[in-house]
Design a protein around this ligand. Sequence first.
Ligand SMILES: [Zn+2]
Length: 362
Amino acid sequence: MRIVTIFLLGFALLAVLIWVLILGKRNADKPDFTDLEAIDVHAHVLIFPPVFEEALRRLRMRIVNICYINKDDQGFETLEPQQTAAIRIFQQSNGAIAWCSTFDPQHWERPEFVDQTIAQTRLAFEKGAVGIKIHKSIGMSLKSNTGRYLLPDDPKLAPIFSMVEAHKKTLFAHVADPTTAWQPLRRNNPHYRYYKNHPEFHLYMHPERPRKETILESRDRILKRHSRLRTIGCHLGSMEDDLEELGRRFELYQNFAVDTATALNAMMLQPRERARAFLMKYSDRVLYGTDLGLVPWKDPKKTVKHYEEQLARDYVYLATNQTITFRGQQIQGLDLPESVLRNIYRNNALKWIPDLATEPRK
Ligand SMILES: [Zn+2]
């Protein structure tokens, strides 16, 4: 009897030991964040303070600094001076902070608009821009003289996309917004503050404007017509609340990928297995981005500290099975395999933004 007990105890101990070893090995298997040499493909950086330079070097990271135009966002009202700043930071950082240009679509009806935009974009490419960004004002707010809303696939914009396609550059498409924009505003919504401060994009209050589906279908027609135009849908292509539908678009359009900027939060609030299965299946289509805003009127030390906290939290969520607290909820990490992590954090960026393949000078 005693021998049997000892045998059973020994067996149980051995089982526990194996379990601990497997768990320990599983975490040790994952690369450190710095080993990933991550590229954050969605940031808005107007300055390059030493604290940021030091953080990037320590974290072995690169950034894509995206110009965009929104007349209600301080510092981003016009293309200049932000584009000049982006070029300067690109040079100062020896290429570690790549940059993406944009154009102002406000006067798209003027006869000179297309030629001017193409000339300006060509110049931006000569100065190292990795692509151009279009902003949600196309679809959500810009209206013609006759009262028609400008949609992304408007024929006026097509020659610009053709030109980007011919140059093998990347289109960053922030088209439409989270579905919340078309719904009544509720305090518990993650986007409550944003739409409170940006009522012009709270389309629930503007029922005369295009519906979300209309705008996304318009974007999809660009993907179809410009089949060699690498397009990155910002913020999970504004489809963060419908990953199944987003996956369907990936199947339809081989030239379509998305970044995770501000949309990882929405993913965290979904059932873990759904989010994990999506990232596993489409591990070649998702690029890591944060929407970092580094601006001269905010303390850069604080901004960089928050940024590093966000990077750490996102890494725990994507790479481990540990629990994080988000909006009062306990969220278990996705524990993605190393190959998927390397794709999301780096390889996809090199593939979808070919200019990044040029390594920065050390
Ligand atoms: Zn952004």
